[in-house]
Design a protein around this ligand. Structure first.
Ligand code: PLP
Length: 422
């Protein structure tokens, strides 16, 4: 599928008069349409809720938009919980799916009434020790081990992953939790990442539904919800075909009717914790070409670097690039597109065919709306960029300012850099 930028060169030229590049830009219209489709895809399940994975895009302005479509939040740390608290989320609007969890994080999750999703059986005593008494609703994360395989060759390796409990531990945990007074149970699993296929959720659902039936029958625990977690992918590459969330919802519906309904479990709620699928395509890193270099290869240097988007450097991930204003120009040049870090992996693209790039051209780096800004860091003293919302009416709103040097130096308590710099 052809990948088009959701903004024009003219719009960017207007935005940069107020907010210089680089910045992350989010497409309000796109994210709303997608959130509405997700809601529709699971509307057959009255208890359905998408818990947006906050770590993907932890910006309260964006999360508040998703909330209009019924989304809660999936948190995994203290500051993510605090972000939810600050925007008035509480109780079962929040899922706390953490691992290797510090005491104070469980304490806060408990205080906020979030649903705690236990990553390990030893955490039962740990949480009880912190909260005094376990909440009436609790969830357990499942890891079946082995390989998880889909028919299109997509595969992941739960047997090698640190998360969740074994099948035996799930039964044991449910028995212990029930004895300790837990009344409503959930099951959660995340078995494959960035799956670009409509098959993943239905296949995962079958595995979890069958487990839920056995857990209910053998422990007497009331399974109230099944959480399919994240892992629904997006087509980063133009030749990939996007997932159809309506087909995915229907696929889960079929398995639900086949496995749960006949045994009287037709009241189980379906939860999801998508991050990438909710926001990935609706954010982009916008950056300007500032240098060209002709040595053994052709390089274009831009004003963003891997601290603004680390997926290419970290995973060798592909992010499509559109040179704004040259959407229909022939791709007759081959470039490495680089940032300025003193790291040779700081490249947004390697040997990429692109239209001829002039200095001052704006590059739109696609699919940076999830796990983009949020994976940012400060290596080389680089500062995090701004985040801007492109609203439905075409106007731009600053939803997080760019970091300034004072932010970078702010943690050296008692040492006033700026006094020394004047
Ligand atoms: C990261 C994460 C998600 C979101 O994953 P996506 O691939 O962005 O959908 C959901 N749940 C948990 C527990 C996670 O760690």
């Amino acid at each position: 599928m052809e990948k088009r930028a959701f903004v024009t060169k003219e719009q960017i030229e207007e935005i940069v008069t107020k907010y210089p590049t680089p910045f992350h830009l989010y497409d309000e219209k796109g994210m709303r349409e997608n959130a509405a489709r997700v809601k529709e895809a699971f509307s057959w399940n009255p208890g359905f809720r998408e818990y947006f994975a906050v770590k993907a895009t932890p910006n309260p302005f964006l999360i508040n938009i998703l909330r209009e479509y019924g989304c809660g939040c999936d948190c995994s740390s203290q500051t993510e919980l605090m972000l939810c608290q600050a925007i008035g989320m509480e109780g079962e609007e929040i899922m706390f799916s953490s691992n290797d969890t510090p005491r104070e994080e469980y304490a806060l999750a408990g205080k906020m009434g979030a649903i705690i999703n236990l990553d390990d059986i030893t955490h039962i005593d740990f949480v009880e020790g912190i909260l005094g008494k376990l909440p009436e609703t609790m969830s357990c994360r499942f890891n079946p081990g082995g390989l998880f395989q889909l028919s299109n060759g997509i595969m992941d390796n739960p047997g090698d992953s640190k998360y969740g409990m074994t099948t035996e531990q799930m039964f044991e945990a449910f028995r212990i939790l029930k004895e300790k007074g837990v009344k409503r149970f959930g099951i959660h699993a995340f078995l494959a990442s960035n799956t670009v296929t409509n098959e993943y959720y239905p296949q995962l659902a079958r595995q979890l539904f069958e487990l839920a039936v056995r857990l209910e029958q053998e422990t007497g625990a009331d399974v109230a919800f099944i959480n399919l977690s994240g892992g629904v992918g997006i087509p980063y590459r133009p030749e990939q075909e996007a997932n159809d969330i309506l087909a995915i919802g229907e696929g889960v519906h079929r398995v639900y009717d086949e496995v749960l309904v006949p045994v009287g479990m037709g009241d189980v709620a379906i939860y999801t914790e998508m991050g990438r699928f909710m926001m990935g395509p609706y954010g982009a890193l916008v950056t300007k070409a500032i240098h060209e270099k002709h040595i053994h290869k052709e390089y274009i240097g831009v004003d963003a670097c891997a601290v603004n988007l680390m997926r290419p450097a970290m995973y060798g991930a592909y992010h499509h690039i559109t040179v704004l204003g040259k959407e229909d120009a022939p791709c007759d040049c081959v470039y490495d597109v680089t940032g300025s870090l003193c790291e040779n992996n700081d490249k947004f693209a390697i040997d990429r065919r692109l239209p001829r790039i002039e200095m001052g051209d704006y590059l739109f780096i696609h699919d940076a709306g999830a796990h983009g800004f949020s994976m940012g860091y400060n290596y080389n003293g680089k500062l995090r960029s701004a985040e801007i919302l492109l609203k439905e009416d075409g106007s731009a709103e600053l939803i997080r300012r760019a970091e300034e040097p004072k932010d970078y130096f702010a943690t050296f308590d008692g040492f006033d850099f700026f006094e020394k710099l004047v």
